[in-house]
Design a protein around this ligand. Structure first.
Ligand SMILES: Nc1ncnc2c1ncn2[C@@H]1O[C@H](COP(=O)(O)OP(=O)(O)OP(=O)(O)O)[C@@H](O)[C@H]1O
Ligand SMILES: [Mg+2]
Length: 260
């Protein structure tokens, strides 16, 4: 088997003596999508933040294409350029138009020729249905449009791997699918990703592997067919049950009043 793009090995992390991650390990191979699920506070965001060096780790090691990236103090920005990340909040620069947001990384940080990067940005905007939005300011975009731009911005850096942390959590329900479909499109295009989400249907559709985290420990791990339909641990079964119910509720169409 080929060497994984990302290798997380026995990572421990605490904040002020409170343990948050207790020995998490995870391998992601080229083109693979790993979805990380688990109850609120179990350490999902912390794990992603440790991977791209936003948090230091207490124990363990993290490798990107075989190169150790944890515990580094030098050249952290070079590592981050290879690891794209999109968060729940829209973190576009408000004073810059969409295109300038997209060119900042590739042109300023990577030194790519502006014209070439601009052409690529236009193609990517078109792919996510935002061809007309290159010249507007982020404040004029909907939440779903902003998150699609944020995805394009991350992709413009040609990252080795993309980390997504609940990127639809702040969106109105009707905008969720337009963003998740872009992610599914990226997955089909072979992008390697680690995705934290509470959207279980999406998780099942996009994942090659599911990681169920609870209290900073990997409780269950496996292919989506197995995890979502025949989970082994009681904890995973309970966790999934709560989702099944909320899904059913949200799916109930409002009753049509025949008088209307
Ligand atoms: N900077 C920090 N300082 C202190 N504690 C922190 C910090 N960041 C996270 N924590 C704590 O670590 C634990 C895990 O937080 P984390 O944000 O990783 O959870 P999560 O699984 O992403 O939850 P959610 O689904 O609600 O986003 C929580 O108890 C949280 O309070
Ligand atoms: Mg989180």
């Amino acid at each position: 088997m080929s060497e994984p793009i990302l290798r997380v090995k026995d990572v421990h992390k605490s904040f002020d003596e409170t343990g948050v991650l207790h020995g998490v390990s995870l391998d992601i191979r080229e083109g693979e999508v790993v979805v990380i699920v688990g109850p609120s506070g179990c350490g999902k965001s912390t794990l992603l933040r440790c991977i791209n060096g936003l948090e230091t780790i207490d124990r363990g090691e993290i490798f990107l294409r075989g190169e150790k990236i944890s515990g580094r103090t030098k050249d952290l920005h070079l590592v981050r350029q290879k690891i794209g990340m999109v968060f729940q909040s829209y973190d576009l620069f408000p004073h810059m138009k969409v295109m300038d947001n997209l060119l900042l990384g590739p042109v300023r940080a990577l030194g790519r020729p502006r014209e070439e990067a601009e052409k690529e940005a236009m193609e990517m905007l078109a792919r996510v249905g935002l061809r007309e939005k290159a010249d507007v300011y982020p404040r004029t975009l909907s939440g779903g449009q902003k998150q699609r731009v944020a995805l394009v911005r991350a992709m413009m850096m040609h990252p080795e791997i993309l980390l997504l942390d609940e990127i639809t959590a702040a969106l109105d329900p009707e905008m969720v699918s337009e963003v998740l479909n872009v992610v599914i499109d990226l997955a089909r295009g072979g992008m390697t990703m680690a995705i934290v989400t509470h959207e279980m249907r999406f998780a099942e559709a996009v994942a090659d592997e599911v990681l169920f985290l609870e209290d900073g420990v990997v409780v269950e791990q496996g292919p989506p067919e197995k995890f979502f339909h025949a989970p082994e641990t009681e904890r995973a079964q309970q966790f999934l049950k709560s989702f099944t119910y909320s899904f059913k509720k949200s799916e109930v169409q409002p009753k049509n009043n025949p008088e209307d």
